[in-house]
Ligand binder design. Sequence first.
Ligand SMILES: Cc1cc2nc3c(=O)[nH]c(=O)nc-3n(C[C@H](O)[C@H](O)[C@H](O)COP(=O)(O)OP(=O)(O)OC[C@H]3O[C@@H](n4cnc5c(N)ncnc54)[C@H](O)[C@@H]3O)c2cc1C
Length: 364
Amino acid sequence: MLYIACMIYDFIIVGHGLAGAILAYTLRKKGYQVLVIDELAEHSASKVAAGLVNPVAGKRFAKSWMADTFIPAADAFYKELEEHFGQELYLHKPIYKIFSSIEEQNNWMAKSAGSDWSDYISETLVASAGEPGIQDPYGGILIRRGGHLLVREVLQLLEQEQLQAGQLLPERFDFSHLELTETGLRYKGEQARQLIFCEGYQVIHNPYFRWLPLQPTKGEVLEVKTDYKFISECIYNKAVYVLPKGDGAFRIGATYNWRQPDELPTHEGQQELTGRFTQITSHAFNVTNHWAGIRPAVRDRRPLVGSHPQHPQLLVFNGMGSKGVLMAPYLAERFAAALAGEADVLPEVNISRYFSLYYDYIKQ
Ligand SMILES: Cc1cc2nc3c(=O)[nH]c(=O)nc-3n(C[C@H](O)[C@H](O)[C@H](O)COP(=O)(O)OP(=O)(O)OC[C@H]3O[C@@H](n4cnc5c(N)ncnc54)[C@H](O)[C@@H]3O)c2cc1C
């Protein structure tokens, strides 16, 4: 009798943006067989993201949520990727957060007094740093332990690796071919124990998970070119970030728009970003590129991780909002440990906090 051995995957992952790609890599490293399905769209959030990691967020100078946990995990993960692929992918750079007023300077002084920021702040400037053409009359803070990931390069390398292993289907996932079984699932002739959805904002179309409270948030970024050679190689931040890309090119971002759920660059977005850039620098510049994408943001600003309330073979790893680069490495490691039965899903991100929405949803 002839037996044909049929591969049963441990996991199928739908979506190979930052979330899916980092999770797939983490699971493969643990020895699991992983099949990835992605339609490889050009304008996913991950493909337009600048890749910034900033440990100090917003106008209120708050440390990013769980920065002390996420930053070391991100540093270690991206360093490992660099060793794995033999090229530089994560660039550590100081972030110069410019005070926009004397009030902001005072707020920071009050906030920083008495608490230890030495891990993240290397210097506070109360007057301009003196870079010609940079408008920082009230000074600012120099943030350390930030930087940026070359997201497109990372995704391309991981995509190539999955393709070469014959474990990436470059197509749109079609729910009509999904069959749930006693021990797992089948999809177009493939079998797996579990399926993890990492579809970014498109989870709003997923029949199993569309009850999750996602708030798709459009963002636009520009690439600009200036002839002026900046002395400092830092990332500037004042209402927008300005990321040096070399040769006088800068990435400027990003806008936030909850009302326009499409991936089209707009004139208003460009106006907003160029206006903010001119508040940082007086140098002339040309816009050379413009992109838009949709972030998978969540009502409570926490990611969405865990298994479906009724179908344990279906899971989700999503909701990274505007901080996928910072959060995905730790959350993927922790989720992989949970899937192996070695840890729990981090309670703050576990989708069980929204199960009441699911029970309301199925009553309709
Ligand atoms: C303008 C902008 C700037 C940003 N800047 C930063 C930044 O500087 N730093 C930072 O950390 N974050 C940033 N972000 C946020 C960051 O992009 C997200 O946190 C992160 O990329 C989310 O990754 P994801 O994999 O969950 O989603 P996505 O990147 O959207 O990936 C989802 C993937 O799933 C695929 N997919 C979906 N549905 C299907 C289906 N049915 N079949 C097949 N494939 C499917 C899509 O093709 C896509 O590849 C930015 C976002 C935007 C829009």
